[in-house]
Ligand binder design. Structure first.
Ligand SMILES: NC(=O)c1ccc[n+]([C@@H]2O[C@H](COP(=O)([O-])OP(=O)(O)OC[C@H]3O[C@@H](n4cnc5c(N)ncnc54)[C@H](O)[C@@H]3O)[C@@H](O)[C@H]2O)c1
Length: 333
């Protein structure tokens, strides 16, 4: 039975990838430092250790004690907009943390390393973003993701480490962290609407995102470990259809049977239209019918109503206060 390590296993996507790995018959060991994930997300049936990918000694011990066949690396702090203001933390957690895992994978003969990058590597370049679009990340989050992608290529060239890179976008669904003020717009809107508050919309709300339901991506990521012909490949992964942020807000209000109230906020420095082409992933992994935004949001809303309600915590550790959006000032320290 192949043995796999999943980092970020108490997080949103990591826990779903763990579910799919179990379904594939893998023996799964998950790690997470619980900075953005929750132990209740960790699927039953996997071994779990609370551990940071920054703890080199612990990582080294973990790899020595377990002969992992495959590593799925999903741990990161994925707050793209905030990454401008937490540059040092971003590079240390998302880049150096990844390098710790790449080093350990090379040393311990891991057969394949699967990495969740992001379409943030494209910056605000032309849409649709295709895998041939030249990456030009514009924020520290995207820069760190692209640096890890390049490091994987370099580790492959010298040490032969096999890898597969996924660039997901705007994934939502059950177990998403709904207590983070800086990411996951769907979760933020659900929290606001469920509390009868107005949703905070930056700019005119007409920016588009191809919102992607988790079940449409988790099984593909899990299958990448043993899928033939995908090594060294980069795949955009996610929904095809761009929808406006306002559309999403309307549908969420509907799912909660609530009236939609909007607090209009000053436009942020962000990509206006982010959507990607997925013909490559279809070619390599086959077609599958995606879940509509209406259906996916209804499923997530059902989960949300039952989920533990965590109060959002203030972010401690802002490194640069210059140009920090005014709406964020009350939720940082
Ligand atoms: N959700 C999306 O739309 C999306 C889009 C593109 C890329 N991604 C990438 O997919 C991955 C998973 O994202 P997610 O949405 O599930 O986020 P998430 O926050 O739910 O999961 C990330 C997990 O990593 C853990 N983590 C963070 N730093 C860690 C560290 N130093 N050591 C150990 N664990 C640590 C967190 O506690 C969390 O549980 C991330 O790499 C993210 O950048 C996500």
């Amino acid at each position: 039975m192949p043995k796999v390590l999943i980092t970020g296993a108490a997080g949103f996507m990591g826990s779903h990838v763990a579910d799919k790995c179990l379904e594939l018959g893998f023996e799964v060991h998950g790690i997470d430092d619980l900075s953005g994930g929750f132990s209740e997300n960790v699927p039953r049936g996997i071994r779990f250790s609370e551990m940071s990918i920054l703890d080199q000694e612990a990582i080294s011990r973990l790899f020595s004690e377990n002969k992992f066949d495959y590593v799925f690396h999903l741990a990161a702090y994925a707050a793209e907009g905030l990454s401008h203001f937490i540059r040092r933390f971003n590079y240390s957690n998302n880049l150096i943390g990844s390098v710790n895992l790449i080093n350990a994978s090379v040393k311990h003969g891991v057969k394949r390393f699967i990495f969740t990058s992001s379409i943030a590597v494209y910056g605000s370049a032309q849409v649709p973003m295709t895998e041939e679009t030249k990456p030009a990340p514009e924020d520290p989050y995207g820069i760190a993701k692209y640096a890890v992608e390049m490091d994987l290529e370099s580790a492959h060239n010298l040490f032969g480490l096999e890898y597969v890179i996924f660039r997901p976008h705007n994934v939502y669904g059950e177990r998403q962290n709904i207590a983070d003020n800086f990411r996951n717009v769907i979760g933020i809107f659900m929290r606001q609407i469920s509390q009868g508050m107005p949703v905070t919309v930056f700019g005119d709300g007409l920016q588009t995102r191809a919102f992607t339901y988790i079940d449409d991506v988790s099984h593909v990521i899990a299958r990448a470990a043993e899928h033939k012909g995908v090594c060294g490949e980069v795949f955009n992964i996610g929904a095809d259809e761009p929808r406006t942020v306002l559309d999403a807000a309307r549908l969420i209000a509907q799912a909660f049977g609530a009236e939609l109230k909007i607090e209009w906020c000053q436009a942020r420095h962000e990509v206006i239209n982010a959507y990607a082409s997925h013909s490559k992933i279809r070619e390599f992994f086959g077609e599958s019918k995606p879940i509509s935004l209406e259906e996916g949001l209804a499923k997530m809303a059902n989960w949300f109503k039952r989920a533990s309600k965590r109060a959002p915590v203030k972010y401690r550790g802002i490194e640069l206060w210059e140009k920090l959006p005014g709406t964020w000032r009350p939720v940082v320290e």
